[in-house]
Design a protein. Structure first.
Lengths: 302, 322, 669
């Protein structure tokens, strides 16, 4: 049987979209307005398409500005102090002292924060810049302890630790390239830590192998269970999301829909995640969320 | 009994809780922690992580004692001693169990026990340093009933809820008082609505619910949202976020809410419902025990055995309440 | 401009201000009963959502001396209402276990006194500042309080300002004393009857207009007081004081023992009268009228022009206008107007629609086909041909008839074909009064829709049906309105809607199911045993659902059960607790018996599952048929395991459904 709507889920579409709409109204999810939601929902016309949309929406992991603020707090209040203490770089009595020291606006501090960008110079608006702006605002991190990637070759002596900030670590390829571009492996004597808001487990493993000098501290981690077309643990081949359709059928259904409407199909190495941030959407998220064409309205922005 | 003068509750500006550490800690690092004077633990036979946590916590203290609070008799048992939950007797507790540093097993002790211990030690001239051990489980047990079509009933974690006040945290409310309720939420849907139903518009004028994001494990926050979708649908609530693992964030959130009271025309009292994760409850316990004014609504869930499985990771939190 | 749907959102007694005079809709029953006319104590009974708290607030000083009232007569001074609702968190500490002594009774009385004094202070301020008193302004600022009050309360000055200040001090003192037992000086306890009476006496001396001043105290949520605290209140009811009347309010069944501190008890009629708000609300179609008025009132609050000239919102809040609102023409008008906004389709029409809708028609055909097979006539007749658009009602019920053991298939088909050929008459088996259509049409329609989960069941649509589902709970009614309006108009406000306000049947039906689902989910929060209550409600509803699914519909529309009174005593303790909780929280309602019964059996009583849950289980909300349960059966349902319950269901449902047994023996005729 090809991709179909299981009987038990016949009312899923109306439930999920009502719930999502409510999250928008209550401003638990900010950054998507109701009209955008409606236009996106209008993309899905048949029963099966609507059911598919409901599955996507119901499993969307969305991080609005307020939620990102909370993630930033997590890094600065829990994870980074722990890391620095392990590396013997933590001469502070308590967490607030650590935070105040960073906020001092004193370039003699031993930490530097850097946003990870795609490539060198003209990368305004890329995710790394956006993220670091967010950190600056939330945690009041001053200019003196943030630098742009190109300044990485001209670090003062007393800088002992670089914290790379990013929104998402997917396959790991992007950071690998970035590391090569800025010759990070050669910077001995420096503690280098990479802190994406969200990381995918495979990417973590990959970086672990290719960059052994690097510590990665993701604030949240996703694994294969978060990939949209993942298989059920009990029954191989069956789609984990509803336990009824097969993975092949589901993927095939989506690819046909994508082709028909001029948006990217799934790719072999794509991560097919359902992740969005208020200001950006990682490209390893399923295209159904962010793609736009003449025949397709997007829900999230890239 | 000799009547001792009561200690005046400290003003907000005088109270300082310093958060020293909030770490994810490995087995090895655990063994390297300096010993504390006294370790306080709960029951070790609920599930995998309680056994583990009690064992590790006990090892961290020179002496260790079992703690249990009985909500219906307002009595806190520590070791073989009993204390009623009022300022005087709890002050005695801090003398009977005098210590320069203590460690609290936050896995097996619940909010009321943690808060009362902190409250007791807040009376000391020099309060001890306090460490908290918290063990995350691998999984929470799903309800096996075929009909979990009712949202929020999907997790079958507790057997029976009871609303007993915890005496230090139930200052009288009068008809001129209006309450801002800050509720930390978790999986168990209905806990907050029960509180709102019971109040039914009597004192609570404003409600803020706090979700744990970033969550323990990614995508569990969807579960919490679904468990509480009915509440979000029907009430005028504000929503805030706080790390599921970040007591300092929970504490600061409450600090801010408390500070807002004096400027607010709507509410003059704060009530806290620590229904979320245990680290959030730690933050809330610190705030309420040190502030002494906020009210607490807590339903003392009777934990079921086997409600979680496995040991995922361990957290170590350290604070100074002087 | 507010969204229309939102006007129905403020559903709880949330933030009810002291002055409800502009919100409270005076119910019709105010004319029939004398409400608080004398000083005898009154017990106000009502479940959640029936308006009990607002009702009490209406009689309290905040509303009585409202600045919105055009004129306040002087006789209001003879019954100044004081509202009291316990701070249960704090009161739970006033027990011997915590205090370590037996002072809980006097301590509670002291607490009650201080709370009431705070109310009185506020009331005096209101009266002092009122500029709409019929007898002109009345200054109370220079009252001199008598020596008794001064001594008992240790007032610094014999003034009302001093009184208010002292009350705050004493409350703080009591707070400290209660939370630190044995460590503070014991306060000088006072008793409310003494204090309030003394205060009233002092007021009476102050001004001639206050000669007959008296207070009436309303104690809301009486069931939430600890037993000893209730005794203190009952003492005051049993032994009334001059100038002070004590009234209580609680949910039905929530309080059964009205013991005083001594050996006496409060006795109905002699000591106390009961006003059953829910019972009074459903009298004589009053609920529909009130619901209509409430609906139109809310529309007006959302700035919607209400197409009903007879309706005047300003007349809703004063009993003086009740005669106008009781006229038949007014009542008809408001109901008719609301019915236009929530139209309804009658059952015969729905039968016609069923035949036109492919999915429903298929169900009808299936039912007839199975019936023919059951009767051994599937070779003889074709199910498709036994449907006729000219007699849709007969077509719909034919299937049920054919599925009955007791019915001859050939005969039924013959009668059906006769009706098709000759048309309906007053005497044919289908259309005569009390005939097959009368008895089975609704049941069959519910049965048909129950099998189609996606199709909204328009049997739930319509204003009077909304009322039947919600009554006597105005909160439920407002939830239905809110949801229906939300689905129909999203967040639009009045000026964004073109054309007349009207909500189509499918939307109404969807709203009914959505609200029913939500209310069912909410059962888990009702009281300390919410989860057991939910299990019970699920089982009971599920049982009725199974009955509804029977093709034979031999007893259609079963949605309540009866049990012998003697039997209920035999239920286990746990079962009795859950049964009682079910009544307290209105999951079950005790009913006075179906009217069409020949004998009314006093040893039996009937329990109805709240009709608000009917859409969730896809069953009927009309009170038609019941089953009788024995104590042991009810016990299984209340306390035993799922598998035991399942076998009980099989035993109950299948034993009466003849199809299985008959199938084995083949054709019977």
């Amino acid at each position: 049987m090809s991709f179909h709507v299981p009987e038990k889920n016949s009312s899923l579409f109306s439930e999920v979209q009502q719930r999502f709409r409510m999250l928008l109204k209550k401003r638990i999810i900010t950054g998507i307005d109701e009209e955008t939601l409606d236009c996106w929902l209008a993309n899905f016309k048949t029963e099966e398409e609507r059911y598919f949309a409901a599955c996507v929406l119901g499993r969307l992991i969305f991080r609005s500005k307020n939620m990102i603020d909370s993630s930033i707090d997590q890094l600065l209040n829990c994870m980074l102090p722990t890391y620095l203490r392990q590396k013997g770089l933590y001469p502070y009595d308590d967490i607030d002292s650590f935070l105040s020291s960073i906020r001092q606006d004193d370039p003699s501090h031993f930490i530097r924060f850097v946003g990870v960008d795609g490539s060198k110079q003209n990368d305004t608006g890329k995710s790394g810049v956006v993220v670091i702006r967010h950190y600056k605002r939330r945690a009041k991190i001053p200019k003196s302890v943030t630098i742009r990637p190109d300044a990485l070759n001209e670090l003062p002596e007393h800088v002992k630790c670089i914290v790379f900030l990013d929104d998402m670590l997917g396959t790991g390829k992007q950071f690998e390239t970035f590391a090569k571009t800025h010759a990070l492996a050669e910077k001995s004597g420096l503690q280098i830590v990479y802190c994406p808001l969200v990381a995918f487990q495979d990417g973590l493993d990959k970086l672990g192998k290719s960059c052994p000098w690097l510590t990665v501290l993701p604030i949240e981690t996703l694994n294969e269970r978060h990939q949209f077309f993942c298989e059920s643990a009990q029954t191989p081949g069956v789609w984990a999301v509803d336990g009824v359709n097969t993975v092949l059928d589901t993927r095939g259904f989506y690819d046909r829909l994508a082709t028909k409407r001029g948006i990217p199909k799934t790719t072999r190495h794509g991560l097919d995640l359902l992740l969005g941030f208020e200001d950006s959407t990682p490209n390893n998220s399923l295209s159904v969320l962010w793609a736009s064409s003449d025949d397709w309205a997007n829900l999230l922005m890239r | 009994m000799m009547k001792k003068p009561l200690k005046k509750p400290a003003l907000c500006s005088e109270v300082i809780v310093r958060f020293i550490r909030q770490d994810l800690i490995t087995e090895q690092e655990l063994t390297q922690l300096p010993l504390m004077d006294i370790a306080f633990t709960g029951a070790d036979d609920l599930d995998d992580r309680s056994a583990y946590s009690v064992e590790r916590t006990t090892r961290l203290g020179e002496k260790s004692f079992r703690v249990c609070y009985h909500p219906e008799s307002f009595c806190l048992e520590v070791g073989d001693k009993k204390y009623r939950a009022n300022g005087g007797e709890l002050e005695d507790l801090s003398r009977d169990f005098a210590a320069g540093s203590i460690v609290i097993d936050a896995t097996t002790l619940d909010f009321s026990e943690i808060a009362l211990l902190i409250y007791a030690y807040s009376f000391c001239q020099k309060s001890p340093r306090i460490g908290f051990l918290y063990v995350e489980p691998v999984e929470y047990v799903r309800r096996s009933h075929e009909d979990s079509a009712v949202n929020g009933m999907a997790f079958d974690l507790s057997s029976g809820f009871v609303q007993h006040s915890i005496p230090p945290f139930v200052g009288m409310l009068g008809n001129k008082d209006s309450v801002h309720l800050v509720a930390f939420l978790g999986f168990e849907g209905g806990r907050l609505t029960r509180v709102l139903n019971a109040d039914d518009g009597q004192f609570i004028r404003k409600v803020t619910i706090v979700f744990g994001i970033p969550p323990f494990q990614a995508s569990w926050d969807l579960e919490a949202l679904m468990a509480n979708s009915r509440l979000l649908e029907t009430s005028e609530v504000g929503v805030k976020f706080c790390g599921a693992n970040n007591p300092k964030a929970a504490y600061e959130l409450l600090e801010k809410a408390h500070a807002a009271l004096s400027g607010s025309s709507e509410c003059n009292r704060l009530t806290v419902s620590p229904f979320g994760t245990k680290p959030m409850a730690i933050g809330a316990a610190l705030f309420c025990a040190m502030q002494k004014r906020p009210r607490v609504v807590f339903d003392h869930p009777r934990r079921k055995k086997g409600r979680t499985t496995g040991v995922h990771c361990v957290h170590w939190y350290e604070v100074d309440i002087n | 401009m507010p969204a229309i749907a939102d006007a129905f959102l403020k559903n709880r007694a949330d933030n009810l201000p002291p002055d409800v005079s502009q919100e409270f809709i005076v119910p019709p029953f105010f004319q029939q009963i004398s409400i608080f006319k004398d000083s005898k104590s009154v017990r106000v009974l009502g479940g959640r959502g029936c308006g009990k708290t607002m009702f009490l607030r209406y009689f309290c000083h905040g509303s009585t001396f409202s600045s919105h009232r055009p004129q306040i007569a002087d006789d209001e001074f003879s019954h100044i209402g004081l509202y009291f609702r316990p701070d249960t968190g704090f009161c739970s500490l006033i027990t011997p276990e915590w205090l370590g002594n037996q002072q809980d009774g006097v301590a509670f009385s002291h607490y009650l006194t201080l709370c009431l004094l705070a109310e009185v202070s506020q009331a005096l301020v209101n009266i002092n500042n009122a500029d709409n008193l019929a007898g002109g302004p009345l200054s109370l600022s220079d009252i001199k309080l008598g020596p008794k009050l001064v001594k008992l309360l240790q007032l610094t000055e014999p003034t009302v300002e001093s009184l208010a200040a002292v009350v705050d001090e004493r409350l703080a003192e009591l707070d400290l004393w209660v939370r630190n037992p044995g460590r503070c000086d014991t306060p000088m306890f006072v008793h409310f009857t003494t204090i309030i009476t003394a205060l009233a006496d002092d007021l009476a001396k102050h001004a001639p207009r206050l000669k007959s001043v008296a207070f009436r105290v309303f104690i809301d949520e009486f069931e939430n007081l600890l037993p000893r605290h209730r005794e203190i209140v009952c003492d005051a009811i049993k032994h009334p004081s001059p100038r002070l009347a004590v009234h209580i309010a609680h949910k039905r069944e929530a309080v059964t023992d009205f013991k005083t501190s001594g050996e006496e008890r409060i006795v109905e009629v002699h000591d106390i009268r009961t006003i059953d708000i829910e019972g009074l609300l459903v009298n004589d179609n009053d609920f529909e009228v009130m619901a209509a008025e409430l609906f139109l009132f809310r529309l007006r609050q959302a700035d919607v022009t209400v197409p009903c000239p007879a309706f005047k919102p300003e007349l809703l809040h004063d009993v003086a206008h009740l005669p106008y609102r009781s006229t038949p023409s007014y009542r008809q008008d408001v109901v008719a107007c609301t019915k236009q906004i929530f139209p309804e389709m009658r059952a015969p029409e729905i039968a016609r629609v069923a035949l036109e809708d492919p999915a429903l028609r298929r169900r009808v055909v299936e039912m007839i086909k199975k019936g023919l097979e059951f009767q051994g006539l599937d070779g003889v007749f074709n199910a498709e041909e036994l449907i006729s658009e000219s007699v849709p009602e007969a077509s719909v019920v034919l299937g049920a008839i054919l599925n009955r053991k007791s019915q001859s298939g050939k005969e039924a088909v013959r009668l059906f074909q006769e009706v098709v050929d000759k048309g309906r008459s007053k005497n044919d088996a289908f259309y005569k009064t009390g005939g097959w259509v009368d008895n089975n049409l609704y049941g069959c329609l519910f049965h048909l829709y129950a099998g189609l989960t996606r199709r909204p069941n328009i049997l739930y649509a319509g204003f009077s049906r909304f009322c039947k589902i919600a009554a006597p709970n105005l909160r439920f009614f407002q939830e239905l309105c809110h949801n229906a309006l939300l689905q129909a108009y999203q967040r639009r406000s009045a000026d964004e809607i073109d054309g007349a306000l009207c909500i189509d049947l499918n939307t109404q039906a969807a709203a009914a199911v959505h609200v029913s689902d939500a209310m069912f989910e909410d059962v888990v929060q009702l009281g300390p045993h919410g989860d057991r209550l939910l299990d019970f409600a699920r089982r009971l509803g599920g049982l009725f659902e199974k009955y509804n699914k029977r093709r034979s519909q031999s007893e259609p529309e079963i949605n309540h059960f009866s049990i012998n009174r003697a039997d209920t005593a035999q239920l286990s303790d746990a079962a009795q607790v859950i049964l009682r909780e079910a009544k307290i929280w209105s999951v079950l309602a005790e009913s006075k018996g179906t009217k069409d019964k020949a004998e009314y059996d006093v040893t039996q009583y009937e329990l109805v599952l709240n009709p608000i849950y009917a859409p969730h289980f896809r069953i009927s909300y009309r009170k038609r048929r019941k089953i009788t349960l024995t104590a042991s059966q009810l016990d299984i349902m209340l306390t035993h395991t799922d598998s035991q319950f399942d076998s009980l269901v099989r035993q109950l449902v299948d034993s009466q459904d003849d199809e299985e047994t008959a199938k084995k023996t083949g054709s019977l005729f």
